[in-house]
Design a binder for this molecule. Sequence first.
Ligand code: FNR
Length: 338
Amino acid sequence: MCEERLKYDNKFILAPMVRMGTLPMRLLCLDYGADIVYTEELIDWKLMRSFRRYNDVLKTVDFLDKSDGTVVFRTCAKEKDRVVLQMGTCDAGRALQVAKLVENDVAGIDINMGCPKEFSVKGGMGAALLTKPEKAKEILSTLVQNSKIPITCKIRVFDNEENTIKLVKDFVSTGISAIGVHGRTKYERPMHANRNSTIKKIAESINIPVISNGGSREILKYEDLEKFRKDTGSSSVMIARVAQANCSIFCKDGMKDLEDVIKAYLKYSIDYDNSPSNTKYCVQNMLKELQVTPRGKKFLECQTMEQICTIWEMGEYCRQKQLEFQSKGILGRREITP
Ligand code: FNR
């Protein structure tokens, strides 16, 4: 039976976030009402160095590093029709190899063209692609023509609106299914205002869904997602930082208490044997200033998953699950690496 292709219009979306966007966070966002969830950016060669394996204990599809067996990307059936894998790449051939490796397990592939970090830009990836439109187009059209799932890209804007629109139209001509637009230039930081009016002009100029991004400072509750969509004239909205702090922002009926969100997050982390280091990082980003409270300090000292879970009265559940996984031959890393 032919599966339905993911559509990008009229959606609220979890943005790609390195380290935050692993499986437990994505599943929780879907539970709370997100329509689509992006993975953290995964670099092409890391995926090329991995092999696919179905994990019949966790019921997940794992892409494991060939040399050390670490999980590069873990996904599962629950998110299959709504997860978009974001790739960091600067090479059409490599990008296609990765697309072929993952296209049966994810709903879409996005190319990161907005990351301003040195690691990305020096490697010709992320925002570097905005200044190499021919290379960027080659990557997009290669994927569009040879992959069976929808292809998108996520960009930043230029200072000059006309140049931005010209570039966007160029990208649209490759046949991509939607375009994510973060309304800041690669030199601008979160404290700079998001260029909502530029996103609006882009949306008026093209006929594929625009996914607006960069609004976390002005999005404090669910209704603000709708307002941001209107202000940017876009079809869909993608959020990062506000979801990082409390991902129940996706709940139509109002945000949940952070304690409940953390517990629900820990449950998924335990059930999917998420790495303790990653779990700690994500909880830390939810706690934010609460890290200085006595409980927060106790959390920071935690060295194992069980210790973290004990703070939220889930220590015994964690211990039992870990014993179960060990008895079934799963030997995930138990210690937190600095
Ligand atoms: C990001 N961002 C990001 N963008 C991207 O395309 N790929 C990525 O892997 C990441 N990683 C990442 C990690 C973290 C911790 C943050 C806070 C951000 C950028 C992000 O997707 C988004 O474009 C910006 O944060 C602006 O959106 P918000 O935060 O205003 O909703």
